[in-house]
Write a protein that binds this ligand. Structure first.
Ligand code: SAH
Length: 260
C-alpha cells in the first residue's frame, strides 16, 4: 500500500545498449513496457519504435539533457516514466543528471537504473578481445570537461600501459581531438600498437577498422561521433590468419600461469 507522501510514480533510467533491440536487456524492455511515458533523445528512441505503441513519447535532442532530466523527474511524481539513454545510462549517460534533480527535488521518487551494454563492450566484442582485463575509458568531448583536463587524464591512463577506450573521439565541433589523442598515445605506446575503431556498433552502418598507432591518422576523416576507438595496451596484439586481420587480442595473463 502507498504510504502518505509517497509518490505513485516511478522513474526508470534505462540503458538501451548500442542501438538495436537484440542488444537490450530483458529488464530494459520490461521497464519500457511498464511505462506510460518514454522520454529521450530522438536517436535513442528510433530503434525502440516497436516498443512504444500506446505510450506518450517525449522526444528531445542532443544538448537538451538538463531540461529532459527535469521533465522526467516531474512526470515521475505521478506516472511510470522511462528515461532512455544509449548504452549504459551511468556511463556518459542520463543517470547522473537525473539523480541530481531527484536529489534536489527532495521528493521520494522511486528511481531504478537499468544497466545496458556500453559502447566499450559492444565495440570490443566486434574487435575480438581487446580489453580482456584492466582498461580505462576516456571521453574526448570537451563540452563538459576542459580539454587540458582530458589531456591530463589521457596521459595518466596511457602511462599505465592498459588499453584505453575513447568515447566521443571526433565531431564537427572538435575535429582535432582524435589526432591529439593519437599524438599523446605515441608518447607512451609503440608504433605497432593495435588501434581498433568501430563505427555504429550493432546498428545500421556498422563498420570496423583495425590498424596500428603509426597509421591511425589515415582513419581520421572517417572517424565521427558514432565511433568508439580502442587503443591497445602494452600487451595487445593484432590477431592474423595469413594475410587476414581477424581482430585484436589482449592476453589476460594465462600464459604467465599455464603452459598451453
Ligand atoms: N552511454 C553511452 C555513451 C554515450 S557517449 C554508452 O554507455 O555507450 C557517446 C559516445 O559513445 C559516442 O561518441 C561513441 O564514442 C560511443 N558510442 C555510443 N554508441 C556507440 C555505437 N553503437 N558504436 C560505436 N560507438 C558508440
Amino acid at each position: 500500500m502507498q504510504s502518505p507522501g509517497e509518490s505513485k510514480g516511478c522513474l526508470y533510467i534505462v540503458g538501451t545498449g548500442p542501438g538495436n533491440l537484440e542488444q537490450m536487456t530483458m529488464k530494459a524492455i520490461r521497464a519500457i513496457g511498464e511505462s506510460s511515458y518514454v522520454i529521450g533523445n530522438d536517436s535513442y528512441l528510433a530503434p525502440l519504435q516497436p516498443l512504444l505503441g500506446g505510450k506518450t513519447v517525449i522526444r528531445s535532442s542532443m544538448g537538451k539533457e538538463v531540461e529532459r532530466a527535469k521533465k522526467a523527474v516531474e512526470l515521475a511524481r505521478d506516472h511510470v516514466v522511462s528515461m532512455v539513454s544509449g548504452g549504459d545510462p551511468g556511463i556518459y549517460g542520463m543517470a547522473g543528471i537525473v539523480l541530481e534533480f531527484v536529489e534536489r527535488s527532495g521528493a521520494d521518487t522511486r528511481v531504478e537504473i537499468v544497466p545496458g551494454v556500453t559502447a566499450a563492450s559492444a565495440s570490443a566484442s566486434l574487435l575480438g578481445s581487446p580489453l580482456s582485463g584492466d582498461f580505462a575509458v576516456i571521453s574526448l568531448s570537451d563540452l563538459l570537461t576542459p580539454i587540458e583536463e582530458i589531456e591530463r587524464r589521457l596521459k595518466g591512463v596511457l602511462s599505465t600501459g592498459i588499453p584505453v577506450v575513447l568515447y566521443n573521439p571526433r565531431s564537427r565541433g572538435r575535429p582535432h581531438n582524435f589526432a591529439m589523442a593519437m599524438e599523446i598515445a605515441a608518447e607512451f605506446r609503440s608504433a605497432d600498437t593495435p588501434i581498433g575503431v568501430v563505427r555504429n556498433a550493432y546498428r545500421d552502418g556498422e563498420e570496423i577498422r583495425i590498424t596500428t598507432l603509426s597509421k591511425a591518422g589515415d582513419l581520421e576523416d572517417w572517424i565521427d561521433m558514432h565511433s568508439a576507438v580502442i587503443i591497445g595496451g602494452e600487451e595487445s596484439r593484432i590477431w592474423r590468419n595469413g594475410d587476414n586481420v581477424k581482430g585484436i587480442i589482449t592476453p589476460r595473463g594465462y600464459h604467465r600461469k599455464y603452459v598451453y
